[in-house]
Design a protein around this ligand. Structure first.
Ligand SMILES: Cc1cc2nc3c(=O)[nH]c(=O)nc-3n(C[C@H](O)[C@H](O)[C@H](O)COP(=O)(O)OP(=O)(O)OC[C@H]3O[C@@H](n4cnc5c(N)ncnc54)[C@H](O)[C@@H]3O)c2cc1C
Length: 377
């Protein structure tokens, strides 16, 4: 949300100030138009499965199509095929027990193959391999991203209400900071609750502040005129525990501090086992709405070690693997424990450009690719 002051200054309430025209679909359409204009060939349904080498030199990639395995010669390769968020086995192995059951916000194709094929050829791993970006995601969302719905299953308005688990208890500070600095930690916190779900609860004051994603058809929502009725409708929640939690929460609010959604307003609770630091408003006026959420993983943090100015992939001796570059989610060491909103596409654009330039330079200065050895399978 932005507010314009009389002198023409625009103040942003900590939300993203830059947007791709048309969202993710608009971004892809713009990139597709640029690539087409530049004469770049795009091949769909071609899954890279291995890197090819000639001696120590990278010489191409092995690719599986619907009906064949082919080899594509290349003097330089930029790996940009995502993290391992859509690979249940790798999620359980690196993020921990329970992560294999989570929903994936985005593509089902980011299964860590780029990371695997580089590691198999001596690349070094780096970064927060047990960490990831994960959000509060509608319990009715499908197992992996739905192209028709896009990001519509997100539930990012928790700052204006409370979140409770199956026992009816709050389990984290819903107002610790601006949404943009907290939303990527919510998925992990929800997954850690009994049965891995939570309900986000709002009263009549907060409902107008909810994002449009709450109004989408098919979301996991219940509505009631009274809290008692709401408690009965919130599937899997202990009603008595929930009603007691609401009473304790409402009584602990510092009501002398005014509510201001534009800033971290300091309107907090005091004395609760888990306090809310900002935007604490009593849950008291019907109608009430509650939304059931689970954990939705966006992308993983662990990945390949690169030389940042060039995007060249480093081997375990910290030397560049000749011709091999990386950009995007599969680059490690970019994020640890948290994530500032908008940093994913920014990192992709910045390091993608560096890697692309470096790969082009490498391709122009080395000879034509030949292939006599394959690796990586
Ligand atoms: C729902 C959602 C909303 C988001 N919103 C934002 C936002 O508002 N702002 C922001 O900055 N970031 C956002 N992100 C994060 C951002 O989209 C990612 O950080 C960024 O797209 C990562 O770029 P990438 O190139 O590494 O991976 P991707 O954009 O995921 O592209 C990887 C591509 O590689 C393909 N692929 C995978 N494996 C193979 C293989 N073996 N062979 C060939 N191709 C393969 C995949 O099909 C995919 O097309 C969002 C992510 C999601 C899921």
């Amino acid at each position: 949300m932005a507010v314009r002051s009389p002198d023409g200054c625009v103040a942003f309430s900590g939300e993203l100030v830059l947007d791709a025209w048309g969202g993710g679909q608009g971004l892809i359409a713009a990139e597709l138009a640029s690539a087409t204009k530049a004469g770049i060939e795009i091949r769909y349904d071609h899954r890279a499965t291995g890197l090819l080498f000639n001696g120590g030199e990278l010489s191409g990639v092995r690719v599986r199509t619907a009906d064949a395995v082919i080899e594509i010669p290349a003097r330089a390769v930029v790996l940009a095929c995502g993290g391992f968020e859509a690979n249940a086995e790798m999620r359980a192995r690196y993020l921990g027990p329970g992560w294999e059951l989570e929903k994936v916000r985005g593509t089902r194709f980011n299964t860590g193959e780029g990371i695997r094929m580089a590691l198999e050829n001596g690349a070094m791993s780096t970064g927060h391999w047990s960490g990831c970006h994960s959000v509060a995601w509608d319990s009715n969302a499908p197992p992996t991203g739905d192209l028709a719905v896009g990001d519509g299953f997100n539930k990012f308005s928790y700052s204006y209400g409370i979140m409770v688990n199956a026992e009816g208890r709050r389990f984290m500070d819903e107002g610790s900071d601006l949404r943009i600095r907290t939303y990527s930690k919510m998925g992990r916190a929800i997954l850690a609750q009994p049965d891995g779900f939570a309900w986000q609860v709002f009263d009549a004051k907060a409902i107008p502040l909810l994002t449009d994603t709450h109004r989408m058809r098919g979301v996991a929502k219940v509505r009631a005129e009274t809290l008692e009725e709401l408690a009965e409708k919130m599937e899997g929640v202990n009603p008595a525990g929930f009603l007691e939690e609401i009473r304790r929460f409402n009584a602990a609010i510092c009501t002398d501090i005014p509510f201001d959604r534009q800033v971290t307003d300091g309107r907090r609770t005091q004395g609760l086992p888990v306090d809310k630091s900002n935007w604490a408003q009593a849950i008291e006026e019907g109608p009430f709405e509650a939304y059931q959420v689970s954990c939705g993983i966006t992308f993983t943090f662990g990945g390949l070690a690169t030389d940042p100015p060039t995007g060249r992939v480093l081997d375990v001796a910290q030397r560049p693997v000749p011709g091999l570059h990386a950009a995007g989610e599969l680059v490690g060491s970019l994020f640890y424990y948290g994530y500032p909103g908008g940093a994913g596409l920014t990192a992709g654009a910045v390091f993608g450009r560096l890697a692309g330039e470096s790969a082009a330079r490498h391709a122009l200065t080395c000879g034509a690719p030949t292939m006599d050895r394959s690796a990586g399978g």
